[in-house]
Every structure is written in C-alpha cells, then in structure tokens.
Design a protein around this ligand. Structure first.
Ligand code: NAD
Length: 356
C-alpha cells in the first residue's frame, strides 16, 4: 500500500479509559484520521465502510491497510459493507461489543447530490437512522456524527451559530445532513441517547478528498493544469485543518452531554482568490485560472462561530490556513514522489520479465 500519513499537528488527546469505538467511514478522509487517533491513544476500533467508488478506491483501501498494519488485527477490525444492510450491521453490534460510535460515513459532495439525490438519502439519512436504532438497542454511551456547515445553506448571516434557525438547505446533500440532525434529535429525545452532531467547515489536509478544492487545486497547479474558479474569487470558506477537526471529534466523543450540535470550524474565512495565491506560493508555480459562473448549490460564504465548542469541549483550532496548506502540499509532494518511485519499480520489473 502507499503510506498516506501526513503527520498531524496536535498531540494525541489524553486517554480517558479504553473504549471499543465503531468508526464508520474510516476508509475515507476524516474517518481514517479519527480511527488512527483513537487507536494511537489506546482505544480499540471497529471500522465499517463500503469502500464505494465516489473517489479513488485504492486511496480508501490503502487507508484501511495502513491502519491494519500499524495497529494489528487485535486492535482494529474492518468490516466491508453498506450500513443500510440491516443483518450485516446488526451482527457487528451484537458481536463486537460496540458502546461508542463515531459515524463519519456518508455520501459527501454538494454538486453531485443535485444529479443523484437518492444515493444521498440512502447513505446519509437511512444509514444514520439504522445506526441510531442499533445504538439505542445496544445502550451506546456516546454517538457522534458528521453533519456539515452546508446546513446553514442560504443564511444571510456573517457568522453561523448553532443557535441560528436553519431551515433553508440549498442542496440535497445539505437537506440530508439536516435530516440526520432531526432524526438524531428525535432519538436523543425518545431514548435519552447522548448524541453530538458536528457541523464541519470545509476540512482539508493530508489524505484530503480528491473531489474537494484544496486537493484539486494543489494537484492541478503542481501538474501545470488549468483550475476552474467559480465566480469572481470573492466567495469565502472557513477552511479547517484535519487535526483540528479530529481533536473536536474525539473531545465530543469523550464528553457526552445529551443532544448537542457543535460547529467545528476555524473561525476565519479565506477568499477563493487568497486561497489560490497561497497554493501558488506553497507549490511554487503560478496557477492557470479559468473563470466560470458560480454553481447552483454553492453558498457564497461560510464562517463558524466556534464559541460553543470552545466552551463545552475545550476545542481550540490551532493550525493557520497558510501552515495547513504548506503541510498539505508537503504530503501531496511526498505521496507523488512515492507513487512515481513505485511506478518505476513496477516498470523495472516488467523490463526484467520482458528480458527473460
Ligand atoms: P469520505 O468520502 O472521504 O469518507 C466517507 C466514507 O464513507 C467513504 O469511505 C465511503 O466509502 C463511506 N460510505 C459512504 N456511504 C456508506 C454506506 N452506505 N455504508 C458504508 N460506508 C459508506 O468523506 P470525508 O470527507 O471523510 O467526510 C466524512 C464525513 O464528514 C461525511 O459525513 C461528510 O458528509 C462530512 N463532512 C465532510 C466535510 C469535508 O470538508 N470533508 C465537510 C462537512 C461534512
């Protein structure tokens, strides 16, 4: 496998008693870092992921292989399948002694959700409901799940707070995330489950998703290809580095407090133009920019009010955007060099076979 470690910036959070944690979506970007961090501090992890082809399956398989190799089969177990497959996921709860859940699996991506909303209802709303139902049956102590800043949708506010009424999602993806929050709230109310819904704000860093702008722009600029800038460059995002997000996820798991929604962002939005300039500087190559019209479903600005997560979780994002981009570019370049070396070895092997 290709090692996908990028080195996280923060310390491994303190251990508060060994847990067996079900981490869904741990073949993916955020879930793999959460699983890695929990394992590093001594918890055991049960991974469930269907390893779908929303993006490169090899990347997801290498994330799982890395975790299995690093921690061994006694500490980490991997079950490949769909969370909506009731007998499959029920058996895992019955046999693995799951008492803690970090639910990161979902079909992500705003624009593709407009093309195919049904897969989003399946993998987001149905899968979350299945897990909530099993969690209440098995007395889960703390259930943490990924929501999204996209639930703020058409909000006109400068800064988004958990107290805002959010009833205006502008994409099917956002609508499914809001639906997951509503279903989770209902389960907490009915059965007293401790649930934290985490509204992540544009997460980036090593192992980042190839369909998202940070990875895409770094990759295209590094390869001298054109990047598409949607709009005039003034739209802005509250980019949040992966280690800060993982820290917030683990803190919310360790501090169950009834039903809570937390913004996990950085609290300092960056415009698209500034973002492109930082990528150019870090990669060391000027970007070739094609300006395109803004896309339906996109929101003009996101900015998290993180005071609640600070007060209740001690969440304190520490990676400035320029540093985070440098770390991500470092990881990208390292990975590209390793891929090239692996390809050269494979070519060599072919030559040897051809000569024989
Ligand atoms: P990702 O696509 O890298 O990981 C999601 C994983 O879930 C994938 O490995 C996929 O195979 C798995 N999965 C999807 N549907 C499944 C199903 N039905 N059964 C089993 N496995 C399934 O995405 P990510 O960026 O790591 O996002 C993690 C979570 O955070 C998602 O819920 C996403 O919606 C949310 N989120 C991410 C961001 C971000 O910036 N990356 C922002 C807001 C919210």
């Amino acid at each position: 496998y290709i090692p996908t470690d990028g080195g996280l910036a923060t310390e491994v959070p303190p251990h508060t008693g060994k847990k067996t944690v079900l981490v869904t979506g741990a073949a993916g970007f955020i879930g793999s870092w959460v699983a890695d961090t929990l394992l590093a501090r001594g918890d055991d992890v049960v991974i469930v992921d269907e390893v779908n082809s929303y993006y490169d399956v090899r990347t997801k398989r290498s994330n799982v292989a890395m975790l299995l190799e690093k921690y061994g089969p006694n500490r980490v177990k991997f079950f490949e399948g769909d969370l909506c497959d009731a007998p499959f996921i029920t058996r895992i709860f019955e046999t693995e002694g799951v008492e803690w859940v970090v639910h990161m699996a979902a079909r992500a991506g705003v624009r593709p959700s407009i093309e195919d909303p049904f897969v989003y209802v399946h993998s987001n709303v149905e899968a979350t409901t299945r897990l909530l139902e099993l969690s209440r049956l098995h007395g889960v102590k703390s259930f943490v799940f990924a929501s999204s800043s996209s639930v703020y949708g058409g909000s006109q506010k400068e800064v988004f707070s958990e107290k805002d009424v959010v009833d205006f999602p502008v994409s099917p993806y956002a609508a499914t995330k809001k639906s997951c929050e509503l279903m989770a709230h209902t389960y907490s109310h009915l059965y007293g489950l401790n649930i934290a819904g985490l509204r992540f704000f544009t997460v980036y860093g090593p192992r980042g998703r190839p369909d998202m702008a940070p990875y895409k722009f770094i990759d295209l600029v590094a390869r001298g290809q054109e990047i598409m800038q949607f709009g005039d460059g003034s739209t802005s995002r509250d980019y949040t580095y992966i280690s800060d997000i993982v820290d917030g996820v683990v803190r919310s798991l360790d501090r169950p407090a009834g039903y809570q929604i937390y913004n996990l962002g950085n609290g300092s939005p960056v415009s698209l133009s500034s973002f492109i300039k930082l990528v150019e500087k870090s990669v060391g190559t000027p970007a070739k920019i094609r300006v395109c019209p803004e896309q339906p479903g996109d929101v003009p600005r996101t900015c998290a009010d993180i005071s609640k997560a600070r007060a209740m979780l001690g969440y304190n994002p520490s990676v400035a955007f320029a540093d985070g981009i440098d770390k991500t570019v470092g990881w990208y370049q390292n990975r590209a060099a390793m891929n090239a070396a692996a390809a050269a070895v494979a070519d060599n092997a072919d030559d040897v076979i051809a000569e024989e």
